[in-house]
Design a protein around this ligand. Structure first.
Ligand code: ADP
Ligand code: TRP
Length: 334
């Protein structure tokens, strides 16, 4: 799809340190997409995060981490918009209006709520155990996030498609009730499927499996991670057997085709062993992620500057939000 003339908008809940899998599967594609779009709104969904925040997590710190991650990863906040959801209060007023137009039944069918209910049933607990209203109303807030800014496209992974469809349904219902076109209908934009990056133990690289190569780290951290990659003690390898190893699957997610070919040849011909191969992987990680990491560590040192960037960006777009909210309020008679 040509997104050159489109306004795209997406948000992420702040959730701590990303790994190389998150970068290749989510952050980098988002930054590339923004580079192509005419306008890109990227926000840190701090009110969404409140639903699931544990008491020992500081929401403020998590917001700073995510903003620094996006800036270090190349999100161009001078051309596009990087902001904190809570800095645009118009979103929450719009959500209140949408609450009146959204059938409760739609929320019952929303997959995040359904998943929580199903889990409770499975564990013989009350269906609404630990379900807060934030989780239940999540899709309505998400609709307000999207619809406040006349968004054309919402880049999301498969798990979020239903939420964008609900936003579209809310917009349609609102417009038809008032015979107006004040709310623009958005579409989802399915992110290109990126091959899953395996973790150090061969399962999907994931925070929950503790098997990650951290994205923002020191050489020592990366060295320690690479050391843990599972290898085998076979004497002889073929091209196929090398390609089947966890090492190669990780290596090839990060490296170029030439580098992949070279390392397979070297391992098959035994000009290098696993130790040298791991050194080579470490060098590639350093080449690819060290500069970004240094930028990240520099940015995160200055939370006041991060706050200023987020606030300045929010101030640039708040008049649009205010103007759109005024139009919606006028339509409903407020
Ligand atoms: P985690 O499993 O570490 O908790 P998340 O589920 O928070 O990661 O994923 C956030 C985003 O990062 C998702 O959009 C997903 O597409 C991407 N992602 C996560 N893990 C990987 C991986 N191993 N390979 C590719 N992309 C990934
Ligand atoms: N629900 C999204 C997620 O969990 C985050 C999000 C909140 C979002 N509001 C949004 C994404 C609006 C796109 C548009 O990943």
């Amino acid at each position: 799809m040509d997104i050159k003339n489109k306004t795209i908008l997406t948000g992420i809940k702040p959730s701590g340190q990303p790994h190389v899998g998150n970068y290749l599967g989510a952050i980098q594609p988002m930054v590339n997409l923004s580079d192509q779009a005419s306008k890109s709104y990227f926000f840190i969904a701090d009110y969404h995060a409140l639903n699931t925040l544990s008491p020992n997590q500081s929401l403020g710190d998590l917001v700073h981490l995510l903003a620094a991650q996006m800036i270090a990863s190349g999100f161009d906040y001078k051309k596009h918009y990087l902001y904190r959801q809570s800095d645009i209060p118009e979103i929450f007023e719009l959500q209140t209006i949408f609450n009146s137009f959204t059938p409760k039944g739609w929320m019952n069918k929303s997959h995040a709520y359904k998943a929580a209910v199903d889990l409770n049933r499975l564990n013989n607990k009350d269906v609404d155990n630990e379900v807060n209203m934030g989780l239940y109303n999540y899709p309505i807030l998400m609709a307000a996030d999207i619809l406040i800014f006349n968004t054309d496209l919402v880049p999301v992974g498969k798990d979020q498609v239903q939420h964008v469809e609900i936003a579209r349904d809310i917009a349609t219902r609102f417009n038809s009730r008032y015979k107006s076109d004040v709310i623009k209908l958005p579409n989802y934009y399915l992110k290109e499927e990126v091959k899953e990056v395996p973790g150090l133990d061969g399962r999907k690289m994931s925070k929950s499996y503790n098997n990650v190569i951290p994205l923002f780290a020191t050489t020592e951290d990366w060295h320690n991670a690479v050391k843990k990659i599972v290898t085998d003690s076979k004497d002889n390898h073929t091209e196929e057997s090398i390609k089947d190893t966890v090492f190669y699957k990780i290596y090839s997610s990060i490296s170029s085709n030439e580098q992949n070919k070279k390392i397979v040849d070297q391992l098959v011909n035994k000009t290098i062993g696993w130790r040298e191969a791991k050194d080579e992987l470490l060098n590639i990680i350093i080449d690819r992620f060290q500069k970004m990491s240094e930028d990240y560590f520099n940015i995160i040192k200055d939370p006041a500057l991060i706050d200023k960037i987020l606030k300045d960006n929010a101030l640039l777009i708040q008049p649009q939000a205010q103007d759109h909210l005024d139009k919606v309020k006028k339509v409903v008679g407020i």
